[in-house]
Design a protein around this ligand. Structure first.
Ligand SMILES: C=C(O[C@@H]1C=C(C(=O)O)C=C[C@H]1O)C(=O)O
Length: 179
């Protein structure tokens, strides 16, 4: 299934995925931070790569329900096990929604956004969608074609935080999954 470039919910997949891969992408709706922490026996860390106000991508504006080219806070990090990048995560929120919400994403640093989202019961997670993440959107250091990614939107009142997680080959090795 090398042609999936659009974000698809599980019911729109053209054919079934390997069950272990399907589980990571669609079934486990809990915190990825917690799942990776368990897999790494506690040796989990977050490495911020890029944090800035900038225009959001078209697919992000559509998912958040804001006008095209809206500005938002963009946070890109590696989620690491034993110091090795396992997941590249990009989380975005539109400026107007964020400023109304009081959520302070700018001072998160190397704390996990997942801990924050999952510790606040006011946030509800939307449908998980997956795709092969466009290579050009990856940092140079992990630019591999056809990597599986998933995304979902966490909503609280008017605020949406869209979280995309790209699974890197080192994670599949550690988890003994053949993607
Ligand atoms: C949504 C979660 O948060 C994770 C932590 C992130 C961060 O710190 O920037 C980003 C995306 C997620 O992979 C989670 O743990 O499930």
């Amino acid at each position: 299934m090398s042609e999936i470039h659009d974000w698809l919910s599980a019911d729109r997949l053209p054919s079934p995925l390997d069950p272990a891969l399907h589980d990571w992408l669609y079934v486990d709706k809990g915190s990825l931070t917690r799942r990776l922490t368990e897999l790494a026996d506690g040796a989990f860390s977050v490495t911020p790569l890029h944090e800035a106000w900038q225009p959001l991508r078209a697919d992000e504006c559509a998912a958040l329900g804001v006008p095209a080219d809206s500005e938002g806070w963009v946070r890109e990090v590696y989620l690491c096990g034993h110091g090795q990048p396992w997941v590249f995560a990009r989380s975005v929120a539109a400026r107007a929604q964020l400023e109304d919400s009081g959520l302070d994403l700018q001072r998160l640093g190397n704390r996990s956004l997942g801990e924050l989202l999952f510790s606040d019961p006011a946030f509800a997670r939307g449908t998980l969608e997956a795709c092969h993440y466009p290579t050009r959107w990856l940092p140079d250091a992990c630019r591999v074609d056809g990597l599986w990614a998933r995304r979902s939107c966490f909503r609280q009142n008017r605020l949406g935080v869209l979280v995309a997680e790209v699974f890197l080959p080192e994670l599949w090795q550690a988890a003994a999954v053949t993607p």
